[in-house]
Structure formats: C-alpha cells, structure tokens
Design a protein around this ligand. Structure first.
Ligand code: ZN
Ligand code: ZN
Length: 432
C-alpha cells in the first residue's frame, strides 16, 4: 500500500482508539456469542435483526427495520459533513458446526461459518463507539445490517427497497470481513479485491439407448466430457496471463447403469474473474463451447444453459483504500497492515454501492484475519501461504475466529469511519 498525502493526522488515529476503547466490549462479546449460538439462515435473520435494532436504539440511533426483507438501517446524524455507510451481513450457513466452542450453534444444521455474527457484533460496537463519542466528529453515519449475503440477494434487495432514496445518500461505503490468517492483522487491497462469480447449470440433451448400440444414440456423456475438456481452454487460451479467472466444473451427473446410454447429462459450473468485462467474456465463451460441442455431436435439442446465481466483482476505490489503510497503519502499526492481493471469493456488498443511473459510489472492503495465534503457529507449513491453507477457513464446520477480533474490528471500523468523515467535501455540500 502506497503512502499518501491524505495521511490522517495522528490525533485522528488516537481519537479512534479512544472511542473504540470506550465502547461496551463485554456487551459486544456477549452479543457475538448469542448470535453464534442462535444462527439464522439467509433471509430469515429475524431475531438477529431485532437484536441489532434494540442495540442501536439504545444508543439513540434512529432505526428502520424491514428494509429489503430483514435489513436494518440506523442513521446517526451528527451535524454537517460527509455521510459514511457501514455495512455488516447477518446470515448464517447450512453447515453443521464442529468447532467445539462452548457457544457453538444450538440450531441443527445451521452455523455462523462465515463470521457474519462477528460482523454484526462489530457493527453494533462501532455504532456504540461513534454514538458515545459524537462530540469528536461531525457528519452522518448509516449503520446497515444486511440480510442474505450468502445467497447474493440481500444487498440488491435493500437497494431495491429504496436504501438510497429513503435514507441519506452515502459519500462512501465501508465493510470488513473476518478471514483465515493470524489475528491482529488488517488486510487492505486497492482495486479488485473479490471476484465476480456466476453459477451456471447446463443440461446436454442427447439420445439414449442400449450400451451395445452406440450408433443408434447420441451419447451425452461423451459430449459432456468434451465440454469439460474444452472449457479448460478458456482460462488457458482466451484470458490474458495477467488476469485472474477460474472456470470449474463442480458437478457432472449422467446415467444410471453401465449398459445404458442416458438421454441427458447435467453439468454445474462456477465462473470467477475480477472484472465485469472479463466475466462477460468468459460467460460468452462457455455458451459458445457448450453449443458448439452439442452441434459437433449432431444434437438437435438444446442445450439448456441457465445462470442460477451471480455476484459482481468487488473493486475497492483507490483513494478510500489508501485513506483507510493509512489510519489503520497509524492505529495498529505498519507491520500489522498487509496486502494479500485479490481473492476469488465473492460478495454482494458492492450492490449496495450501485445507484439506479448505473453510477457506483466509492467503497472499501477489507479483511480482518482472525485465526487464533496458537492455531496459526501450530499449522503445518513454512510460508504464510502454506499455513493459510492449513487453518480452518470460512464456510468450514470448524471455522472459529479468535473473539479478540471483535475489539480489533470495532477499532478498525471506527478509525475508517473517522478517516472518511474527515476526508473531504461531502456530496451534498459539493452539489455533485
Ligand atoms: Zn460466506
Ligand atoms: Zn461472509
């Protein structure tokens, strides 16, 4: 991360640490354990949302519920200045917990395996820090508790429910996510940080028959195999080597017996890349290859090709990334700030930044590594990358962030908000 002329003054970092230290840390930890023990699936975050609403209102924050489903929007208006939106996601995953934690999930088959319980608790903690320390800053902060991130539906649902029409329009949006990696670091990436992703279902329609008479059939397994092989050439031969992209066939089902040629074959793909343009290019190539392989085999029906889920790329605004990384450097020390480069996971956070006219508001999304140091140090591997692959990661049944990430995250978000509130002219004031 480059240094910048926008380096916030030292007292801003100190103020952030003081405000964060004054929040009710015990209550944040209690809320975290409570949410972890009672996880709710995407779109069903009723109890979680109610807890957020109660906690925000207790700080005198004006709170609206039911935005885009179970979404909560808290508005802390505190005089003239910029408007900063802080977002946490609330939903859990259909995973059976195997963490051994004393506060493990009490709901069968549902677990906070992606740390959204920590994000929610940190949102409330940050709200408390900023509300109690309001004489130290001026402007407006929106606290957004978002439903259904895991299904990629929650952010666009809140936006389509009038997030930017019913509440003050933000100058900038901020979010943070826990991750594997040694606790205490903050990982900032400028530009592309998370991939665009699409999930595609394909059905190849052949012609079934007896396994001893292939000449009377059109074998969809052979076509499917050719498709799987040919798809590998997209990243290898159509994408520039400097770009990052993935095409994975994660599902290939066909047939029921050794001596029967089936009538259809089903394939399931995930496609990931770091820009909208690349994603569009890859999806077009997938369609071209699937259609051409079917045609080459003489298939007359289909194929069926359906995008069942897609998320946009997350591309951090360079100015905001540098400004937030700079205040974190002053708060935590330069050796705590790392740049891991883009990851191929996906997020729907950037949907919150999209305006109806197609414009995108600037945003920054960073990671809080949260692997307990004992677990990290005991993980096999010489290099950090090797260890990174050998500690529990998000979405796994044994994902168990170190709870000290809560205080760290409240401080990180409080610092980011103060740095952005102090960073220039507001949209409203500049009339842009
Ligand atoms: Zn997740
Ligand atoms: Zn997540």
């Amino acid at each position: 991360m480059r240094s910048t002329s926008e380096n916030p003054p030292m007292d801003l970092a100190r103020t952030a640490l003081e405000l964060a230290a004054a929040h009710d840390s015990a209550a944040t930890h209690h809320l975290y354990r409570e949410l972890h023990a009672r996880p709710e699936l995407s779109g069903a975050e009723h109890r979680t949302a109610a807890r957020v609403r109660t906690a925000l209102r207790a700080e005198g924050i004006d709170c609206t519920e039911g935005v885009g489903g179970t979404g909560i929007v808290g508005v802390l208006a505190n005089g003239p200045g910029r408007t900063v939106l802080v977002r946490a996601d609330m939903d859990a995953l259909p995973v059976t917990e195997d963490s051994g934690l004393p506060y493990a999930s009490t709901v069968d088959g549902v677990m906070h395996a992606c740390g959204h319980d920590a994000h929610t608790a940190m949102l409330v903690g940050t709200a408390q820090a900023l509300a109690r320390g309001r004489r130290h800053w001026s402007g407006t902060v929106l606290f957004v508790a978002q439903p259904a991130e895991e299904t990629g539906e929650g952010a666009s649902a809140m936006r389509d429910d009038g997030l930017h029409q019913r509440f003050p329009l933000p100058d900038v949006l901020l979010a943070q996510h826990v991750s594997a990696g040694p606790i205490g670091l903050v990982a900032h990436v400028e530009g592309p940080v998370l991939a665009a992703s699409a999930s595609i279902d394909i059905v190849v329609h052949g012609r079934g028959g007896h396994g001893s008479r292939p000449d009377t059939t059109t074998d969809p397994i052979v076509i499917g195999a050719a498709i799987v092989g040919r798809l590998q050439s997209i990243v290898a031969r159509e994408i520039a080597p400097r770009e990052t992209a993935v095409v994975t066939v994660g599902r290939f089902h066909a047939g029921s017996a050794n001596n029967i040629i089936p009538a259809t074959a089903e394939l399931g793909l995930t496609v990931r890349s770091t820009s909208h343009e690349r994603q569009t290019q890859i999806l077009a190539a997938v369609q071209r290859i699937v259609r051409a392989e079917c045609e080459a085999a003489g298939v007359t029906t289909g194929p069926d090709l359906r995008i069942v889920k897609s998320m946009p790329a997350t591309v951090n605004d360079a100015r905001v990334a540098r400004n937030v990384a700079a205040v974190h450097t002053r708060m935590f020390g330069g050796n705590r700030i790392v740049d891991p480069g883009p990851a191929m996971g996906s997020e729907d956070f950037s949907e919150l930044a999209r305006l109806p006219d197609g414009q995108t508001l600037p945003y920054h999304y960073w990671f809080l590594p949260s692997t307990p140091l004992a677990v990290w140090n005991a993980a096999p591997g010489q290099s950090p990358m090797e260890r990174f692959g050998n500690v529990p990661s998000a979405h796994s049944p044994d994902f168990a962030p170190d709870p000290s990430v809560l205080d760290h995250g409240v401080a990180a978000m409080t610092g980011a908000v103060l740095a952005e509130l102090a960073s220039g002219v507001s949209r409203a004031a500049s009339g842009s």
